[in-house]
Design a protein around this ligand. Structure first.
Ligand code: ZN
Length: 468
């Protein structure tokens, strides 16, 4: 019996490796095309968006029962971007409430993708084709995202191509530099899973962001990465480790993602290592933007996603003004069509051409609230990711708030089903102990709702005042 199970395990790993290798090969084959897209004309970009908009509307009308009614008035062969305002926007709540009816493959369901997430130990394919990622997201509401084969591939191409272009422009970086990615430690995290699918074998080393800071410093001193990628708040910690002389590395390129990069953070990181800081905006929904290293802000990957910055009433907001929210229509993933999907990120379009020559429009670095870190007596630092990655895997947790306490945290949850609060408490206490907190004490309570901030966003992390 044990040997039969072992044989099944070996065969599953061989299947995974074969699929992953095919995905990575296709990435290499398409990379030059996607680098060229960065310099496409506005006309080429518009034509590509229109072609893909028609394709996704057609797929959604044919195979997604929820979308069929909403898109009934549209002719997929004639639809253009000018028709978008006739489509009602959708929210993450809509996505989670109508999950099965939005998916375009009837073999998939909320139950089957949640079961897949529960089983994840590392990156894995579902039905040899799909990837599933869970995210807390900046709004604090949990979302589950399903990517088809092409969607996963195109997501990583748009996610990585501006960084690859900057890398190729610096002869000292070379083609296969040692690149340390300090990412989410769980396979349910998109960045971690993408790095596993596409990154292996090309000099990328994953360092879990949930390791104690001292361990991360030791790993990086050994690795001597030429490129370093991680959360802005983690880069701030590492910059201070470098300034204190404990971290001794000389990266040529820093990549940051997944959290707001405030101007003072960008300045501090640049001052420490004197190299370009490439910011990346990547949502689990498939809308992405990235810095080119030459002009300010980030280029929207608008060949594969339609971006509509709007005000609170959903009216278009012109360049130069901060939008209240963003409707996105990712054009790369037919598995779970998201059409005019509302993101609560406050973006500002930049109204000037970029010195790099790309016609992809830019947005400023998004300055929304930075996730707060908890600093405990004795200098133990706990990154919000430690909580996010554990809470994001709980299928019935809709929203949460985490308040730092003297010896741990008080966690409040809103749930749409049974949650095992004791198990969550134990897991988080173990995590805090692992990070160096002595005798951690965590409480977990289920609540009916939270008071939101005036913007509608949920503040999720409440640190104790420094030194207080
Ligand atoms: Zn540029």
């Amino acid at each position: 019996m044990a040997s039969a199970l072992h044989a099944m395990y070996i065969s599953a790993m061989a299947d995974y490796e074969a699929l992953r290798a095919r995905h990575a090969e296709q990435y290499q084959a398409l990379l030059n095309d996607h680098l060229a897209r960065i310099n496409w004309s506005e006309e080429q970009l518009r034509a590509e968006r229109e072609r893909r908009l028609r394709a996704i509307i057609s797929a959604a009308k044919e195979r997604s029962p929820w979308h069929r009614a909403r898109l009934a008035h549209l002719d997929p062969e004639r639809v253009t971007e000018a028709d978008l305002p006739s489509i009602p926007p959708m929210t993450k709540e809509d996505l989670m409430r109508n999950f099965d009816a939005i998916l375009t493959d009837r073999r998939l369901s909320r139950a089957s993708v949640e079961a897949h997430l529960d089983r994840l130990e590392g990156d894995a394919y579902l039905l040899d084709e799909y990837h599933v990622a869970a995210s807390g997201g900046s709004s604090g509401t949990r979302g589950v995202f399903v990517y088809g084969w092409e969607g996963w591939l195109l997501f990583f191409l748009t996610f990585s191509r501006l960084r690859v272009r900057a890398q190729l422009a610096d002869p000292q970086i070379g083609l296969k530099p040692v690149r340390a990615v300090i990412a989410g430690g769980k396979a349910s995290h998109m960045s971690y899973a993408l790095a596993q699918t596409f990154g292996s074998g090309s000099g990328v080393v994953n360092v879990p962001a949930t390791l104690p800071v001292d361990d991360i410093v030791v790993r990086l001193n050994e690795l001597q990465p030429v490129m370093l990628t991680g959360y802005p708040s983690m880069m701030m910690i590492l910059a201070s480790e470098a300034d204190a002389g404990r971290l001794r590395i000389a990266p040529r390129l820093i990549g940051v993602a997944s959290e707001p990069l405030l101007p003072e953070m960008r300045a501090a990181i640049e001052a420490t290592w004197a190299c370009p800081v490439l910011n990346t905006y990547a949502t689990s929904e498939g809308a992405t933007a990235g810095s080119c290293g030459q002009g300010r802000g980030m280029h929207l990957n608008e060949d594969l996603c339609i971006f509509e910055p709007v005000d609170n009433e959903g009216r278009p907001v012109p360049a130069g003004q901060r939008a209240a929210k963003l409707y996105v229509t990712p054009l790369l993933n037919h598995a779970q069509p998201l059409i005019r999907y509302e993101l609560t990120d406050e973006v500002t379009l930049i109204d000037e051409p970029c010195p790099c020559g790309s016609k992809l429009r830019r947005i400023d670095d998004i300055e929304g609230r930075a996730d707060d870190m908890f600093v405990y007596d004795g200098g133990v630092i706990v990154h919000p990711l430690s909580f996010r990655s554990l809470l994001g895997r709980e299928r019935h947790v809709m929203e949460y708030q985490v308040r730092q306490t003297a010896r741990g945290a008080a966690i409040a949850l809103r749930a749409d089903g049974k949650v095992h609060t004791a198990a969550i408490r134990d897991a988080i206490e173990r995590e805090l102990a692992h990070l160096g907190l002595r005798d951690p004490a965590v409480t977990v309570d289920v609540v009916n709702g939270f008071d939101r901030q005036s913007t509608g966003k949920l503040k999720r992390f409440f640190p104790l005042a420094w030194g207080g």
